[in-house]
Design a protein around this ligand. Structure first.
Ligand SMILES: [Zn+2]
Length: 255
């Protein structure tokens, strides 16, 4: 964009610059009014979208966790089956032991497998309890998610309605603003945007009203008012930093 500007770059007088700045201000103020109309809706929609996405992730995580616990239960059950099988096998072998050592070894094995079964039982109990808890959480999460989704649909339709009502108007204003911006030198445009950003009411360029700055309402000394009227210099308010124009320029643009 910067390159394109070079081609059309031309020298503007300070008066022309002031006019462009004031014109741009009136256009962006109109865009601001549309935004005010939309109010907090875009933010609310954004917040809800974030919340819904977060809840969906949480919901999926719960499902994965439940699946993991269920798989773990299956594994522990298989272990029990294996250990129980071994115990049976060792018990039949006990009937045919040839010496004390064999008897002791088999008894130890039987005891060990018994402990394995106990341990697996404990694990299954733990995992089953965890599944119950997760399932309760998932129900709560689902309720929350459905509620937020419904809120989102509602807010979004409200926003869509307002946007569609004002869309054309906003687009026209944005095009107009773009055209005016292209006639303003980048340095000045940056300053305009910076001042505007810092100004509570979005006003970067203000008209003198009753000998006072139209932005912060502090009195402007007569000499400074004279300088502003001459259109020879871009003058900013010493209190709020806004660019000031006189009534003449404001009236011209207002037409
Ligand atoms: Zn001021």
């Amino acid at each position: 964009m910067a390159k394109e500007k070079k081609a059309v770059e031309k020298e503007y007088t300070v008066e022309e610059k002031l006019r462009s700045l004031y014109r741009l201000q009136t256009i962006v103020t109109d865009i601001d009014k549309i935004k005010t109309l939309r109010g907090e809706l875009p933010l609310e929609v954004q917040d809800l979208e974030d919340e819904v996405a977060g809840l969906e992730t949480r919901y999926q995580n719960y499902q994965t966790e439940i699946k993991d616990y269920e798989n773990a239960v299956v594994t522990q059950k298989a272990k029990i089956k294996e250990s129980t099988g071994l115990v049976e096998k060792y018990k039949t072998q006990l009937d045919n032991v040839r010496n004390n050592r064999e008897f002791d070894n088999l008894s130890k094995e039987i005891e060990f497998q018994g402990l394995e079964v106990e341990f697996a039982d404990k694990k299954i109990k733990e995992f089953t309890e965890a599944i119950v808890t997760k399932k309760e959480e998932i129900i709560h999460c689902k309720e929350l998610l459905e509620g937020r989704k419904a809120d989102l649909v509602q807010k979004k339709s409200e926003l869509d309605e307002i946007v569609s009502e004002t869309k054309q108007e906003e687009e026209k204003l944005r095009e107009k603003a773009k055209k005016v911006e292209d006639t303003i030198e980048p340095r000045l445009l940056t300053a305009f945007k910076r001042i505007r950003k810092g100004a509570r009411n979005g006003l970067a360029v203000v008209c003198i009203q009753r000998d006072a700055c139209g932005g912060c309402f502090n009195k402007i000394p007569p000499q400074k008012q004279m300088d502003i009227k001459l259109h020879k210099k871009i003058i900013v308010c010493e209190y709020c930093g806004r660019i000031m124009v006189d009534q003449e320029i404001a009236d011209e643009i207002g037409k």
